[in-house]
Write a protein that binds this ligand. Structure first.
Ligand code: DX5
Ligand code: ZN
Length: 225
């Protein structure tokens, strides 16, 4: 079986930026820190860039999963590699030469991911799926935290899983947007193994929320066994 554990990546877009270090330390039981870069062009919102990524890397040993929601990622991917991102994911819809960008990320020793907007079908990855470490399926339209999971996204995750099975590859399948305890089981059963959660983590007891979402995902795995 492929990637048979459920991992959690809290999105610090939903953290309290006035106490970011404390919020990052509060999720030390997570597998990745999800770092949402928004450029106000590819998506209608601005978040943070490389200087804050350097500070995040300095205050935590958890690998950083940089999700670049930016136009022209050819220009900015190297900046995030320089700042220490462990996984760099760019959007299929934003790039022109995906393979060149994936090669660049690999040459610099990081893991490479491609993200698909809700309206982009998985078969666009046909020519490159065997070179990817990760595929990120957006389960909301990117741009904001706290949106509702798009129902029907499980079908797309299953389609990606089928494409991977057909090609004999096993990139990590990540889902992002509106994920929480209520749907973690469903997305894991569909094939996701890395779950991003922002608003569902950064409220109340952050570490307990991470564990609760992970436990819900693990129930999905158990049901498949
Ligand atoms: C949306 C971002 C997400 C977002 C997730 O554009 O890519 O990572 O922060 O937040 P929630 O979990 O609140 O939907
Ligand atoms: Zn994201």
């Amino acid at each position: 079986m492929l990637n048979e554990s459920v991992q959690i990546a809290p999105s610090i877009l939903s953290a309290d930026f006035t106490r970011l270090g404390e919020d990052i330390r509060s999720v030390s039981n997570a597998d990745y820190i999800h770092y949402d870069v928004m450029d106000g062009h590819f998506v209608p919102n601005l978040s943070f860039g490389v200087s804050i990524l350097r500070q995040v890397k300095a205050c935590s040993d958890i690998p950083v999963d940089a999700h670049l929601m930016v136009s022209n990622p050819e220009e900015s991917v190297p900046w995030y590699l320089d700042a220490g991102a462990d996984v760099v994911t760019f959007h299929w819809e934003a790039q022109i030469h995906a393979e060149r960008l994936v090669n660049l990320i690999h040459e610099r020793g990081a893991r490479a991911g491609i993200s698909l907007n809700p309206a982009t079908p998985v078969n666009v990855l046909d020519s490159i799926i065997d070179e990817l470490d990760l595929v990120l399926i957006m389960t909301v339209n990117p741009g904001y935290g706290g949106q509702s999971f798009i129902e029907g996204s499980a079908r797309k995750i299953r389609a990606l899983r089928s494409l991977c099975d057909e090609r004999g590859v096993s990139p990590l399948i990540e889902v992002d947007g509106g994920i929480g305890q209520g749907n973690a089981e469903e997305v894991v059963r569909a094939g996701a193994r890395l779950l991003v959660a922002g608003s569902a983590v950064f409220k109340g007891d952050h570490a307990a929320n991470v564990e609760a979402i992970r436990a819900a995902g693990q129930r999905g795995l158990a049901l498949m066994a």
